[in-house]
Design a protein around this ligand. Structure first.
Ligand code: FRU
Length: 497
């Protein structure tokens, strides 16, 4: 692809100052003309967004950062971009927070986490440095953010070396309080090329003791665990991570890399074992979810946010000088041993005057809605005997659309991306399926936003998320099949104007 050939290594890692002074302005101009810009999801002003970082609550506001390369829609020299919010929906941009400006992060300020400590926000990230032979040297670096959003990196790094027996794939620290001190988990790879989650402990944030790898009962076939994340959810310990190279025999997944979770009755952080661990599961049954970061908020909620994108893939938005978006913020719950993910309640503030649906459809009939924009929420209930196909962003001929095909008696939901021209990573297949308990009324909540969708099935029992790149004229919602459905469609406010 031309995008890739243009983006030589030298260009990707060229310092921001070395770009022509009018370059970014021109790029942003191109981005502004792009179709597919989101109405209510976080998206980069230009270039590439990837992992959420440092999701936290500090200074009376939600704080969120993300991996950012401003100069183009490719993985280049990464910074942390900073946003904050009062309500998890309207985000104020504060620009680049942490830049690759030290010898310890010369080739990227990579992923990490944040925790309020005293009256500051403590940040723990991976500094990605490379030497003249392009050999990688990962450093785990600390930084402080104060109430004026000023940043001070701690020099030297808190962890300056890779532990014995591990490769340079050693990154993504997540810090959380433990007893009177702190724990940190880190994604790593052994010299035998096995993925592991390592645990460190500190009393004072300065000295970090290596405790060893967590004894996971599954995920053994992975060669690297990216973005490990620990959060407590309704009394369960939840570990979220991205096991790259995971064997399909261990978990059925279709994406290039899965974003998975394990729950445990409790994690023993002294012995590094999990008591009564669950099987390894996919966090999302859709196409594009990765690097999910979750934390225990001071209001008692467990909140999560994901990158709606995947490493090593290219998406059509890149043709317009930008790529990738963030998911909505999701609230996590455990109920009868099952993880639920629901969009935060605050999302309701974007709802505009609803359109009511109360329909009984028979085979051959269709219900059609012509929204002003592809930016709305479908919130409805399907009767237990319904078999309905939702064609989202459909053209008039129904040739191109996102099909959300729901067979309630069978307990199966199938999402198919049928497109004209703009195929999204077809090598990983155009279909994703998800299962739920059939034969009961089904609650569906679907968020559509210009080039993304998030489907919450049975109150968050399953989630399927992804990107979709409609062409001009793909703006109808058509519901076909047989069954009964009742509920509302809410156009959602454009807050990204
Ligand atoms: C995951 C990841 C992290 C790394 C970051 C770099 O998508 O590869 O492991 O810290 O992205 O942007």
């Amino acid at each position: 692809m031309t995008q890739d050939s243009k983006w030589t290594r030298q260009l990707r890692y060229q310092s921001y100052e070395d770009w022509p002074s009018d370059y970014l302005g021109q790029l942003k101009e191109k981005v502004a003309h792009s179709p597919w810009r989101q109405h209510y999801h976080i998206q980069p002003e230009s270039g590439l967004l990837n992992d959420p970082n440092g999701f936290s609550y500090y200074n009376g506001r939600w704080q969120l950062f993300y991996q950012y390369y401003p100069m183009g829609p490719v993985h280049g020299l990464k910074s942390w971009y900073h946003l904050s919010s009062k309500d998890l929906v309207h985000w104020e941009s504060h620009g680049i927070a942490l830049e690759p400006d030290s010898p310890y992060d010369s080739h990227g300020v990579y992923s990490g986490s944040a925790l309020p400590v005293g009256n500051q926000l403590f940040i723990f990230y991976t500094g990605n440095a490379r030497d003249d032979n392009w050999q990688r040297h990962p450093y785990q670096v600390g930084a402080w953010m104060d109430k004026d959003y000023q940043f001070t990196k701690i020099d030297p790094p808190l962890i300056g070396t890779v532990e014995e027996g591990y490769t340079d794939h050693f990154r993504d620290p997540q810090i959380f309080p433990y007893q009177d001190g702190y724990l940190m988990i880190l994604g790593a790879q052994t010299e035998a090329l096995k993925g592991q989650i390592l645990v460190y402990q500190s009393d004072d944030l300065k000295d970090w003791n290596f405790l060893g790898p967590l004894q996971l009962t599954s995920g053994d076939s992975a060669y690297m665990m990216e973005c490990p994340n620990y959060v407590k959810v309704d009394g369960q310990d939840l570990l979220i991570f991205c096991p790259q190279g995971l064997d399909q025999d261990e978990l059925n997944y279709q994406n290039i890399y899965p974003n998975t979770y394990l729950s445990s009755e409790s994690i023993d952080w002294e012995n590094l074992t999990l008591s009564k661990p669950s099987a390894l599961k996919n966090l999302d049954d859709g196409f594009d979810v990765y690097a999910t970061q979750a934390f225990n908020a001071p209001d008692g909620r467990a909140l999560a946010v994901s990158w709606l994108g995947l490493p090593d893939l290219t998406y059509p938005d890149a043709d317009w000088g930008w790529t990738s978006v963030m998911s909505l913020v999701k609230e996590l719950h455990f109920d009868q041993g099952h993880l639920y993910q629901r969009p935060v309640k605050e999302m309701e503030s974007l709802r505009q005057t609803p359109i009511a649906i109360e329909e009984t459809l028979e085979s051959g009939q269709a219900w059609t809605y012509d929204p002003e924009d592809n930016a709305y929420e479908i919130n409805c209930s399907l009767a237990a005997d319904s078999k309905l196909d939702f064609l989202v962003m459909s053209d008039e001929k129904e040739a191109a659309a996102l099909h959300i095909d729901v067979d309630v008696p069978a307990g199966r939901l199938k999402v198919t991306r049928t497109e004209q021209g703009e195929l999204v990573n077809p090598e990983y297949g155009p279909v994703r399926k998800s299962h739920f308990k059939g034969g009961e009324d089904l609650q569906l909540q679907i968020f559509i936003d210009a080039s993304s969708f998030e489907i919450f099935v049975q109150d968050g029992y399953r989630v399927l998320s992804g990107r979709i790149f409609p062409k001009k004229g793909q703006n109808q919602l058509i519901i076909k099949g047989s069954g009964r459905l009742g509920g509302r469609i809410y156009p959602l406010e454009n807050i990204n104007k």
